[in-house]
Design a protein around this ligand. Structure first.
Ligand SMILES: *Cc1c(COP(=O)(O)O)cnc(C)c1O
Length: 432
């Protein structure tokens, strides 16, 4: 569906800058600082049920993926050197502490997608196991889902997903481990190494010359014509969303352990790279539930793919795409190369999200290099979008009168990134 561009530009002048590829910082006028759950019909119960499900699967995960202790958790790093570098480069002091949430280190999938993707596949496996008598009660030992009998059942089912790369990787790894057949529909942006890794694990990869929206649509249509195919709908899934949202309680626990206070005098600012919106939206949903009025979440999007921004500004959500603004959705940040936002997440973010900013590809190449040099941390391109946040927020009213803010940059992926491909990116970043 095409929208009337003239009308949109008149009604929402910020879209003129978006169209001209000017970096913007958009403050959400409908932001509800103190949230009330349920938000747009989605209650906090989905978070607790995800946490309970992860607990039930803990022993299974520990056995299936010996490199984990059964939990899908990521650490938090303090970025002292990086903070000094940012202050130097952007010529401004950054008030408060700079922290990095290391979803790049999440086990098995190496990205934020381990949270949502694992949760949805585990939920599907659990449901099948109950309906076929392999599980009788949620108190059963879930390790039985690794039995021959369970495997024979799962092999009869195909899990299908459309992805720019990492969601496919996450679903592919957990799905194939449980015995499911997995088909990943990869958009043209997906990197070769992600496809290879999946094929090596027995996952079928369908490649597209087109973008993510088309890959998802094809996957959805194919699944609709096939009874034994379960489609993970990245544009609409509440199970994915709940898996991401479980991160809120995780951060709260970690902050308690680290002695980091979040209150009126110590507000928390969180910066999340956004593609279709499920990952960052779910995390925002979980963080707002834990920290309420004292946390403010911002999304970061590429200049060419500001889909959530366009959807939220116009409130048209999935009914509008960046192509409607004549943007080409081309970006080096493969995980963020999404032209149309989630129609499920967008309306929830109308209330929960503080704002969105956009930035140039060159900028995160530069940030990638600086982070690597100053802290010895390598992140994939998409994962650096949040790093500009503390600099941008510093000069806004959000931080006026605030003594000790905490800035939490969400590193969404990177540990699986092949070593031999890193240098090329780092070299380019160094030149900028
Ligand atoms: C998928 C992804 C994102 C964005 O998540 P969405 O759910 O698509 O908004 C950000 N960074 C990385 C590395 C990703 O893989």
């Amino acid at each position: 569906m095409s929208v009337e561009l003239d009308r949109l530009l008149k009604q929402y002048p910020i879209l003129k800058d978006v169209m001209r590829k000017q970096p913007v910082l958009w403050k959400n006028p409908d932001y509800v600082v103190t949230p009330h759950y349920p938000v747009r019909g989605v209650g906090e119960d989905i978070i607790f049920s995800a946490i309970e499900r992860f607990k039930r699967f803990r022993n299974l995960i520990k056995i299936a993926f010996p490199e984990t202790n059964g939990t899908i958790l990521s650490p938090i790093s303090t970025l002292t050197h990086m903070k000094s570098e940012l202050e130097l480069i952007y010529q401004m002091p950054i008030s408060g502490m700079l922290l990095l949430k290391r979803d790049d280190l999440l086990p098995v999938a190496g990205s934020i997608k381990a949270r949502g993707g694992f949760h949805e596949v585990l939920a599907f496996a659990e449901k099948l196991a109950f309906s076929h008598g392999i599980l009788q009660s949620i108190d059963d030992d879930y390790v039985t889902l690794l039995s021959k009998e369970a495997r024979k059942l799962f092999q009869q089912y195909t899990i299908s997903v459309g992805s720019t790369g990492n969601l496919g990787l996450s679903i592919g790894m957990i799905g194939s481990t449980l015995g499911f057949q997995v088909v990943v529909h990869m958009s043209a942006d997906a990197k070769e190494w992600k496809k290879e890794l999946l094929r090596k694990n027995g996952v079928k990869v369908v490649e597209y010359q087109s973008d993510y929206t088309i890959a998802v649509e094809n996957a959805r249509n194919e699944a609709a014509n096939n009874d034994n195919t379960y489609f993970v709908d990245d544009e609409n899934s509440s199970l994915l969303f709940a898996g991401y949202a479980a991160a809120g309680i995780e951060v709260k626990k970690q902050f308690d352990e680290l002695g980091i206070k979040v209150d009126a005098e110590h507000p928390l600012f969180v910066y999340l790279p956004c593609g279709v919106g499920g990952g960052p939206g779910g995390v925002t949903f979980g963080l707002k539930q834990q920290f309420g009025e004292h946390v403010h979440c911002f999304f970061a999007e590429p200049l060419n793919s500001p889909c959530m921004l366009t959807g939220l500004v116009t409130k048209l959500h999935h009914k509008v795409s960046v192509e409607d603004l004549l943007l080409d959705n081309k970006t080096e940040a493969d995980g963020l190369a999404v032209g149309r936002p989630s129609g499920f997440v967008g309306p929830i973010m109308e209330e929960l999200l503080a704002g969105i900013y956009t930035l140039k590809d060159e900028e995160w190449l530069k940030l990638m290099y600086i982070l690597y040099e100053s802290q010895d941390i390598f992140l994939e391109p998409s994962a650096l979008a949040g790093m500009k946040g503390p600099v941008l927020l510093n000069s806004t009213s959000h931080l006026q009168g605030v003594k000790a803010a905490t800035h939490l940059v969400w590193a969404t992926g990177g540990s699986m990134f092949p070593k031999d491909l890193r240098n090329d990116f780092l070299e380019r970043g160094k030149l900028l």
